[in-house]
Write a protein that binds this ligand. Structure first.
Ligand code: FPP
Length: 244
């Protein structure tokens, strides 16, 4: 988790898939149709990332705050997730996708928990790309669970011995590369309690494009933008360092 990537090509991309509801409203359809359309596009995007050699794609599917949406919308989102696991995982697994679900999975119905575990187990040795689906996820939750897990792994350890590197080993993203590029669709410019710790040095890309319309060409635009960024990780630019 300490090595940094060259700027041209991100190893780990995360996406806040926003704008499903507004997309549906524009088509005079119920919001849930927007979620279905949004879910339908995920497979092609994962395959595109695979072709580009991206090692990890993390998608924000359901936040800890999303429970407060109307019950039917929550239920549709859960069903979409189950359907996705059932219908698409086989095809994705065949192309080397390893599925990881990050978030407080214990908050889901037991049947969904079993499906999640089964999909993770079935793909655990795949190495082409990690598809991390953040479900019942919150960045603040992640930090708190990391502290608790560190304490469980180190019973009796003095809290003062806890370092950033220790904590990072217990975040839900511990076995993934550092986050390089965080994309948010749908026009808002905020992180909304997504990968708070992990986004520390990520490049942030915001687009007005609504998630159901964010396809391969939109991802390519984000990647071209990323390639123009100078990533300094808190240091001075190379030229200024030479002058100093
Ligand atoms: C935000 O749009 C989107 C969500 C809360 C859910 C995203 C979920 C999916 C695309 C489906 C499941 C995912 C997978 C990986 C199968 P919004 O409802 O906030 O849109 P709005 O801002 O236009 O109202």
């Amino acid at each position: 988790m300490t090595t940094h990537t060259p700027p041209t090509s991100p190893r780990h991309i995360a996406i806040i898939m926003d704008g499903n509801g507004r997309w549906a409203q524009k088509q005079h359809m119920p919001r849930t149709v927007g979620h279905a359309k949004g879910a339908a596009g995920v497979k092609a995007l994962v395959q595109h990332c695979t072709k580009l050699g991206i090692q990890c794609l993390t998608l924000f599917a359901f936040s800890t705050e999303n429970w407060s949406r109307p019950a039917d919308e929550v239920s549709i989102l859960m069903n979409l997730f189950v359907q996705y696991l059932e219908k698409e995982m086989g095809a994705l697994a065949a192309t080397g996708v390893r599925l990881k679900v990050i978030g407080d999975v214990a908050g889901f119905a037991p049947a969904l928990q079993s499906r999640i575990r089964a999909a993770e187990l079935a793909t655990q040795n795949n190495q082409t790309i990690i598809l991390a689906v953040a479900a019942n996820y919150g960045g603040q939750w992640d930090v708190v669970q990391a502290v608790k897990n560190w304490q469980t792994a180190n019973p009796g350890a003095d809290l003062h011995s806890l370092t950033q590197a220790h904590l990072a080993q217990h975040l839900s993203t511990a076995d993934m590369p550092d986050l390089d590029l965080l994309i948010r669709t749908g026009g808002e410019q905020r992180i909304s309690n997504f990968l708070l710790w992990q986004a520390a040095y990520a490049e942030l890309y915001f687009t007005d494009v609504l998630w159901p319309e964010f396809g391969e060409s939109e991802l390519n635009k984000a990647l071209h933008w990323y390639a123009t960024r100078e990533r300094r990780f808190g240091k001075v630019p190379q030229q200024r360092k030479e002058i100093a």
